[in-house]
Write a protein that binds this ligand. Structure first.
Ligand SMILES: Cc1cc2nc3c(=O)[nH]c(=O)nc-3n(C[C@H](O)[C@H](O)[C@H](O)COP(=O)(O)O)c2cc1C
Length: 192
């Protein structure tokens, strides 16, 4: 009997029509058996400020931190901004990694997808993997999913209409759920 897996999804884009948010919606439709995917809107988290952290840790950052703690795994869909991750995404990762020694991210299983221009966010994803390494997260290594020219991959209803992308997302989510179950079982070696 498989345990339930609670996957929390973050989009690196705050745009209402974001293709990366749509990739998360596509992932929701392909959640593995026993897993749920909730997309979290973090736009009310302020800019990181070390003085504010010490004085009055923001409620919106604390709410995200608590929600991440509760989740079994994270799924991030990131665009590429100037060869890296959007600042808004890095900002919330910074907040929930604080205070020092009390990160919500250490050990958390993470899967990454992204859609953008000709290189399909590969440079942003490389940076995100490095950030996740610094945060001591457990990153699903394969498949890597770089959706190039993402604006052409959706039909008129906003549904991801690329069969290869859909298949890879299903595979990635299966691996993420497997990693999360291994982590739940305390099997750190398998989870890593
Ligand atoms: C500030 C900024 C920088 C960008 N830099 C890149 C880039 O380096 N590489 C790339 O492929 N696309 C770049 N783009 C284009 C984004 O890939 C494109 O806008 C994408 O649709 C954004 O994702 P979204 O639809 O989820 O908002 C950039 C867009 C913005 C707003």
């Amino acid at each position: 009997m498989n345990n339930k897996i609670d996957i929390l999804a973050l989009s690196g884009s705050l745009r209402a029509d974001s293709f990366n948010a749509k990739l998360l919606a596509a992932a929701q439709n392909q959640a593995p058996a026993g897993a749920t995917i909730e997309i979290y809107d973090y736009r009310d988290v302020p800019l990181y400020d070390g003085d504010v952290e010490v004085r009055d840790y923001p409620k919106a950052a604390q709410a995200l931190k608590d929600r991440i703690r509760k989740a079994d795994a994270l799924l991030i869909a990131t665009p590429e901004y100037n060869y890296s991750v959007p600042g808004v995404l890095k900002n919330v990762l910074d907040w929930v990694s604080r205070p020092y020694g009390d990160s919500a991210l250490a050990g958390k299983p993470l899967a990454i997808i992204g859609g953008g221009g000709g290189q399909g966010t590969n440079r942003a994803q490389d940076h995100l993997r490095q950030i996740a390494h610094g945060l001591d997260m457990q990153v699903v290594r394969r498949p890597e999913i770089f959706i190039a020219n993402v604006w052409g991959k959706f039909d008129e209803n906003g549904t991801l209409a690329d069969p290869i992308a859909n298949k890879l997302i299903a595979e990635l989510l299966g691996n993420l759920a497997g990693m999360a179950r291994a982590a739940q079982a305390g099997d750190v070696k398998a989870a890593a």
